[in-house]
Design a protein around this ligand. Structure first.
Ligand code: FAD
Length: 305
């Protein structure tokens, strides 16, 4: 197999919706499972660690960047097709690099119900599976029937109900946590035909609710924290008096519009500024409520400690 020749020293800030962070020492956007396998082999031969990036909408990338190989799963792996399944539902096949919102819009175009919430989520289909992304009562797990992934040795296929989906987590996150490099390649979803007008109305309603409540015009990674059981992170942050709070004029701020979002105003904050504010919010909320918030945003690279 040909040497994959990743690019060197590629700035990552533009690949993260937080719009901050340093470069990747090596960077590649593969198109196939074979290319992914050869990239991993290339990295292994050189003792280089690997990070798999989707659309970077749930990641905070260190100012030092990532001292390894970033494999970005994006437009090169963004196939999308549909067919009728044996039970009359419609099976959608989506590549991991396809924007999840595009998948949602495609379902709307086909009058399929159940994926309306996906239209407002700015990640990739692979990231949505990895995180079990969800909103307004819907979750990715609701319609996933099969996932294809590269498990470090070979391409595997797994049924949706074997993916161990939980709140913003999946089997794939746990495998990665165990040091296994897993790359989601795509998924199959099964959805039923619904009423097109009702589907469009719901998509429109969710979009309006999002626009009214979330700071979509400012860089962020969405909800910074997971929802603690029995509480809402945003409410706890507000009750600690931190809505709109900033430690300094770096640009890192608790959004004045939605306290659950830490934003990078003007795109001027460094990742370290965002991280300091995250740590501060965790401490203050703990002091105020006794609840320790857990980050939903994933850290890429070195943040010290
Ligand atoms: C404005 C805004 C609103 C948001 N609203 C929501 C919301 O309503 N609900 C919600 O759940 N999330 C929301 N998010 C967060 C984010 O969009 C989701 O978590 C999304 O699923 C992340 O997908 P991604 O492709 O950007 O993943 P990334 O941020 O690139 O990666 C996230 C994690 O997934 C892993 N990963 C990504 N792709 C793959 C792959 N192909 N194979 C293996 N691992 C992979 C990465 O290694 C990383 O650990 C929002 C974010 C923003 C900026």
């Amino acid at each position: 197999m040909a040497d994959p020749s990743p690019l060197e020293n590629v700035p990552l800030a533009g690949y993260s919706t937080f719009r901050c962070g340093g470069p990747a020492r090596y960077f590649a956007e593969p198109s196939t499972g074979d290319e992914i396998a050869s990239l991993f082999r290339w990295a292994e031969e050189r003792g280089i660690s690997v990070f798999v990036l989707g659309n970077g909408s749930n990641c905070l990338i260190s100012d030092e960047g990532f001292d390894g190989l970033v494999i970005r799963i994006a437009r090169n792996m963004s196939g999308l097709s549909s067919e009728e399944a044996e039970d009359g539902r419609i099976r959608i096949t989506a590549g991991a690099g396809l924007p999840f919102a595009r998948f949602g819009n495609y379902c709307t175009e086909l009058s399929l119900t159940g994926a309306e919430f996906a239209c407002g989520i700015p990640g990739s289909c692979g990231g949505a599976v990895f995180m079990n992304a969800g909103a307004y009562g819907g979750e990715t797990k609701d319609f996933i029937s099969r996932v294809s992934y590269w498990d470090g040795d070979a391409v595997r296929y797994i049924d949706g109900d074997e993916c161990e989906f939980g709140y913003r987590t999946s089997l794939f996150e746990r495998l990665n946590g165990k040091g296994k490099n897993v790359v989601i390649l795509g998924f199959e979803a099964l959805l039923s035909i619904g009423n097109r007008d009702e589907i469009e109305a719901l998509v429109d309603d969710l979009r309006k609710r999002r626009t009214a409540s979330q700071p979509l015009d400012v860089p962020s990674a969405g909800s910074t924290f997971k929802r603690p059981e029995g509480y809402f992170a945003a409410r706890l942050i507000e009750e600690a008096g931190l809505k709109g709070f900033a430690l300094d004029d770096s640009g890192a701020q608790v959004s004045p519009k939605h306290a659950g979002f830490i934003v990078n105003n003007g795109g001027s904050a460094k990742a370290s500024d965002v991280m300091r504010l995250i740590d501060y919010v965790v401490e203050k909320v703990y002091e105020n409520s006794g609840v320790r918030l857990e980050r939903e945003v994933r850290l890429v690279g070195n943040f010290g400690g």
